[in-house]
Design a protein around this ligand. Structure first.
Ligand SMILES: *[C@@H]1O[C@H](CO)[C@@H](O)[C@H](O)[C@H]1NC(C)=O
Ligand SMILES: *[C@@H]1O[C@H](CO)[C@@H](O)[C@H](O)[C@H]1NC(C)=O
Ligand SMILES: *[C@@H]1O[C@H](CO)[C@@H](O)[C@H](O)[C@H]1NC(C)=O
Length: 448
């Protein structure tokens, strides 16, 4: 690649990192959770025979470039530059100490020939594919057991061309579970920033068994009716920080998970320390979800400064008998909703089972959920909190939650509550008798 491009790249990265420092002083950010590294070496996909004409298949160029980075390891790592153009490709792996850099106008486009998508084993915490028994297709971009990986650039696009997969799902002709667009397994120190994700076959970004993952300034788009195109699903992962995202897809925008029923319980890997901040978006299903697959446990989730519009359920904590595990220490703060079907739902009867062997005595625990400063307009139903018989949801604390129907707050449907304890302050319309109106016994300590 020409030297001047190299210099411009370094200059761009330096400006970004300087801005990061400036911004970090004035607002809360996860920018420092994983350091943004400059790479000492830059190579281009064109060095490996890549052709960005939208027709040539670039699977081998991508695989060769990654092989080269992995086997001729340079101190400080290597940046793989993807120039403007349309780079059609099948599935490829990433490796450690690399940056995948998409220039402005660069599109990594998934081939629609499904045989270019290799199969892989199901995740141990799911026991089978999420959609169908057996294996699953490998994600378009995949990383397993790697660290120090950055996917960034100038808002180039990773396009899954998911329509063929959505149609197979609609026509029930799939044999295995559809692929994610980007998946990291058993990996750490990952940054995904300034990238547009479009039309994923299935979930868009899936970090599973990972730690130290930063996802910021991403845009994730898929049609409103595209099946299971979740935005970001942190799964059995810790120290995940998502901020400044715009997500508009056909399923949950963010869903924190940790495995499925007896497989998730046996694997026992929780998700913990997950932050979601400054997210805007719309979904026919959930805005921000926890569950329903949370069998390894979910502990310590903070969601703040979120704007949801044209959405099914704004805040959704969902679990079921058979899931086991726990969901605890969860805070939602400063959430604004426009035109949503239901504002808040915490429910113990959501989601299907992997098979008939799930344990009917594996009852999940939901404890310590704080929801404060929520404001919604044109909310058809404000909310429901329905725990599990003999396993009520505890320390559920609502404060300053105002959810108006189309004609003001008197016009919205009533809340529904069952098997729940906790407290409510300044909630309109009033939620339910099960929630106390005074702070006694520290039920909402730290909540208000
Ligand atoms: C990608 O990595 C997986 C391990 O996660 C491996 O089984 C597969 O062969 C790799 N594919 C390529 C093309 O290197
Ligand atoms: C990329 O898009 C984000 C918004 O999603 C924006 O904040 C950022 O400035 C853009 N970056 C570049 C390099 O264009
Ligand atoms: C609750 O979770 C937050 C992160 O969201 C963490 O900072 C805090 O220490 C946790 N509190 C307890 C008591 O575990």
């Amino acid at each position: 690649m020409a030297l001047h491009v190299f210099v411009i790249l370094l200059a761009t990265l330096q400006i970004h990192s300087q801005c990061g420092v400036v911004v970090g002083v004035t607002e809360t950010t996860c920018a420092d959770a994983v350091p943004m590294r400059l790479r000492r070496e830059v190579i281009s996909i064109t060095d490996f025979g890549g052709v960005g004409d939208g027709r040539t298949l670039n699977t081998w160029p991508f695989r060769k470039a990654v092989y080269r980075i992995q086997h001729l390891r340079r101190r400080g790592g290597t940046l793989l530059y993807v120039p403007p153009g349309i780079w059609l490709t099948g599935s490829f792996n990433l490796t450690s100490h690399m940056t995948l850099f998409l220039a402005r106008g660069a599109v990594i486009k998934a081939t629609q020939d499904t045989w270019n998508w290799p199969l892989m084993d199901p995740l141990p915490s799911y026991g089978r594919g999420r959609e169908l028994p057996g294996g699953r297709y490998t994600s378009l971009i995949h990383g397993n057991g790697i660290s120090d990986v950055i996917i960034t650039g100038e808002n180039g696009t990773i396009d899954g061309q998911g329509e063929v997969w959505w149609n197979m799902w609609r026509q029930r002709t799939l044999h295995y579970t559809r692929p994610n667009l980007l998946e990291f397994m058993n990996s750490r120190d990952i940054i995904i920033s300034n990238i547009v994700f479009r039309d994923s076959p299935f979930w868009n970004i899936h970090p599973v068994y990972c730690s130290n993952v930063v996802i910021k300034y991403v845009t994730i788009l898929a049609p409103y009716d595209s099946p299971n195109t979740d935005g970001i699903d942190p799964d059995s992962s810790s120290n995940v920080c998502i901020e400044d995202a715009y997500i508009s897809t056909g399923d949950d925008l963010v869903a924190v998970k940790s495995g499925w029923d007896e497989y998730g319980i046996a694997f026992g890997r929780p998700s913990w320390s997950v932050t979601v901040r400054r997210l805007t978006g719309s979904s026919p299903f959930s805005g921000i979800a926890i569950g329903s697959e949370a069998s390894g446990g979910v502990d310590g989730v903070l969601v703040e400064d979120v704007h949801l519009f044209n959405t099914g359920i704004g805040i959704h904590i969902k679990t079921n008998i058979g899931r086991g595990g726990y969901i605890r220490n969860v805070t939602f703060a400063n959430v604004v909703m426009h035109n949503v079907r239901k504002g808040i739902r915490i429910a113990g009867d959501v989601g299907d089972h992997p098979d008939e062997y799930f344990n009917r005595y594996a009852v999940p625990m939901v404890d310590g959920v704080t929801i404060r400063n929520v404001w919604g307009q044109n909310v058809q139903q404000p909310g429901s909190i329905e725990g599990i018989k003999n396993a009520p949801f505890t320390r559920i604390c609502l404060s300053n939650v105002k959810l108006w129907g189309a004609g003001g707050w008197q016009s919205s449907a009533p809340w529904r509550c069952a098997e729940v304890s906790g407290a409510a302050f300044g909630v309109r319309p009033w939620p339910c008798a099960q929630l106390a109106t005074t702070l006694t016994g520290g039920i909402c300590s730290g909540a208000v």
